[in-house]
Ligand binder design. Structure first.
Ligand code: GLN
Length: 310
């Protein structure tokens, strides 16, 4: 583990420098047109520790679209609301399919494989839309509370862009509704889901917001329980097996940390009992994971010996 902050700062800087040419090996997400406009050369990384240290390099304070990283926060909110009955409507297995795949959902009668593929996150969005009087505001407040920053906003351009290009997510939600696994109206579920995906945050805010997962459910800055120790363990288990979609096996093999990616180019990785790493670089590989983000987290995990599979 790194004790010396200046040393860690240097390592982060070196890792970013080593990745300058790697941005050309990925493609910025284009299926959401607003995301295609982001400068592909931006990149940043931040480490937040449970004992209150923040170390960042590059564009770590530049906000980006959190996209599927929002699925982690939605899952925790839904677990807190529904308790164990949630797991009658959703599974906890890796899907072995692309994140927005429809094919498995029909075979499995509208029960999503896990909460971090799109089908699962849409199911979670249904739980939130059905159990909060204003789930979108509740979600934004939760993010502001966890990041300790009241200025966090929903990027309306990204939201509109997702809404007008969301046919696949609509198809997933209607299919689940046809199996009786969606309670709210489909447009309300989609509106909640696109809202949470469109939240803009930076690496520092995301790393700080997830510290509770490195600390058995307790936010170390406030000592507040964000979820139970058991649910913290469960979320980390799901992130370890499914958080990087169909590259989760490779990520476990080469990095060994619970992690979640988003098509905005962000990746968060939880280091239990230590802290959270958030890396960001928009170009994605074919699995929808940030190329540089993965390389940075891998480099750091190797150098610091962070894998949980010792
Ligand atoms: N909003 C995106 C979608 O539904 C989120 C996907 C992602 O970040 N992997 O396609």
């Amino acid at each position: 583990m790194i004790k010396d902050i200046a040393d860690l700062q240097n390592k982060l800087q070196q890792l970013l420098l080593s990745q300058k040419n790697e941005v050309n090996s990925g493609q910025v997400a284009e299926y959401i047109p607003a995301l295609a406009k982001v400068n592909p050369e931006l990149m940043g990384v931040c480490v937040a520790t449970i004992d209150g240290k923040i170390v960042g390099a590059g564009d770590y304070q530049q906000a980006f679209s959190i996209q599927s990283i929002s699925k982690v926060f939605g899952l925790v909110m839904a677990m807190n609301r529904l308790g164990d009955s949630l797991w009658q409507r959703i599974n906890m297995e890796p899907s072995g399919q692309p994140f927005n795949s429809i094919i498995q959902l029909e075979w499995e009668k509208g029960i999503p494989r896990n909460p971090v593929i799109n089908a699962g996150a849409l199911l979670i969005a249904d739980v939130l839309a059905s159990h909060y009087s204003s789930s979108k505001l509740a979600f934004r407040s939760n993010m502001r509370m966890l990041a300790g920053d009241e200025s966090i906003q929903i990027d309306q351009e990204v939201y509109q862009s997702e809404l007008s290009h969301g046919n696949r997510n609509a198809a997933l939600t209607y299919l689940m509704k046809s199996f009786g696994n969606i309670e709210a109206e489909v447009p309300d579920v989609l509106s909640h889901y696109f809202t949470q995906c469109s939240i803009a945050m930076n690496c520092q805010q995301l790393a700080q917001s997830l510290l509770f997962l490195a600390n058995k459910g307790i936010d170390p800055r406030t000592n507040k329980a964000i979820c139970s120790p058991q649910d913290s363990h469960r979320v980390n288990a799901i992130l370890s097996t499914s958080g990087m979609y169909d590259q989760s096996g490779e990520f476990a093999f080469s990095v060994g940390l619970p992690a979640k990616s988003g098509v905005g180019g962000g990746i968060v990785a939880v280091v239990p009992n230590y802290g959270v790493i958030c890396a960001w670089s928009p170009p994605l590989n074919k699995f929808g994971n940030s190329v540089v983000g993965m390389n940075i987290i891998k480099g750091l995990a190797e150098e610091l010996g962070l894998s949980i599979y010792h």
